[in-house]
Design a protein around this ligand. Structure first.
Ligand SMILES: [Zn+2]
Length: 232
């Protein structure tokens, strides 16, 4: 098994969530020479209010959109797990799949959705966050977790930190003042999701959110996360 090391692995429930959550920071990391990979869990085939679009067609469109957005941000690789939209479950198979990619890419940082946001939160976001946290600790770390992965050459790996977007408890903010436009451009690649929003309105919404996340900081625009450090 050829190990392809990356500094950052972003695990996103649907195509477009990563752009809302972390795209501005991704551009910063890429600019610093860090390799970033995306793992997209679902095929996003429920993400429309248009009754004329067939789910298969939507899934294909959303992969094209996600690939374009990732390319624009400088993401090195995008992996599509193609699990059913609104169908994620906290299963042994799903967890093992995430462990497989953690052991393959050996990231220092894993970024995903905060599973602990209360009340209204997309079920796929909650489950992606929960399964990814479990995969990071302890499953990717422990050699007895999945002995068959060892046989494939996928050895244990310790992630340093997990950053959770969509969180109610921000404890970590990154400056995206200079990368805000790249984030916006990447989000606009997801035409099936944001194409109906007037361009200025989309920019204003994003800017408002980024401004409020930067409150109290020395910079103007931010992305915010709950950072969990994994102690050695
Ligand atoms: Zn989503």
């Amino acid at each position: 098994m050829e190990i392809k090391a990356a500094h950052v692995m972003v695990v996103t429930p649907h195509p477009d969530d990563a752009e809302y959550g972390v795209a501005g920071t991704v551009v910063r990391w890429v600019g610093q020479g860090q390799d970033v990979v995306y793992v997209v869990c679902t095929n996003g085939d429920k993400g429309t209010s248009d009754p004329n679009i067939k789910p298969e067609e939507l899934a294909r469109t959303r992969e094209v959109e996600q690939t374009a957005a990732a390319h624009l941000l400088g993401v090195k690789e995008v992996v599509f797990l193609r699990r059913p939209d609104q169908g994620l479950e906290d299963t042994h198979e799903f967890r093992k799949e995430i462990v497989r990619f953690i052991r393959l890419y050996k990231p220092k940082t894993v970024v995903t959705a905060d599973p602990y946001r209360r009340y209204l939160w997309h079920r796929d976001h909650r489950i992606t966050g929960q399964v990814t946290l479990d995969a990071v600790f302890p499953y990717a770390r422990d050699h007895l977790s999945y002995p068959d992965l060892l046989e494939e050459g996928l050895y244990t790996h310790k992630v340093d930190e997990v950053l959770l977007w969509g969180t109610e408890e921000v404890n970590c903010r990154f400056d995206i003042t200079d990368t805000f436009h790249a984030k916006l451009a990447a989000l606009r690649c997801h035409k099936s999701q944001v194409g109906h929003i007037p361009p200025e309105e989309l920019e204003n919404r994003l800017r408002e959110r980024a401004t409020s996340l930067a409150e109290g900081e020395s910079f103007l625009l931010a992305e915010g996360f709950h950072r969990v450090e994994i102690l050695r």
